[in-house]
Design a protein around this ligand. Structure first.
Ligand code: SF4
Length: 64
């Protein structure tokens, strides 16, 4: 799987950060940090949920 992120539509509410903190976090300047765009198998379900829950559809998942 590969995460696609659209920074221009992200409102930084942090739903993804709450759902999958292993991958998503905030930098000190408030920008979203994505630790990896290709998360390991064991957390992919979580990451998929986090992406689906994004209120602005700024996160999409591309399955390989
Ligand atoms: S859930 Fe979506 S809008 Fe909210 S911080 Fe994450 S990417 Fe941005």
């Amino acid at each position: 799987m590969k995460i696609m992120y659209n920074e221009s539509t992200c409102n930084r509410y942090g739903v993804c950060v709450e759902e999958a903190p292993e991958v998503f976090s905030f930098a000190e300047d408030g920008s979203l940090v994505i630790a990896t765009y290709q998360p390991p198998e064991e957390i992919q379900d979580k990451v998929r949920d986090a992406c689906m829950m994004c209120p602005t559809q700024s996160l999409q998942v591309e399955e390989e």
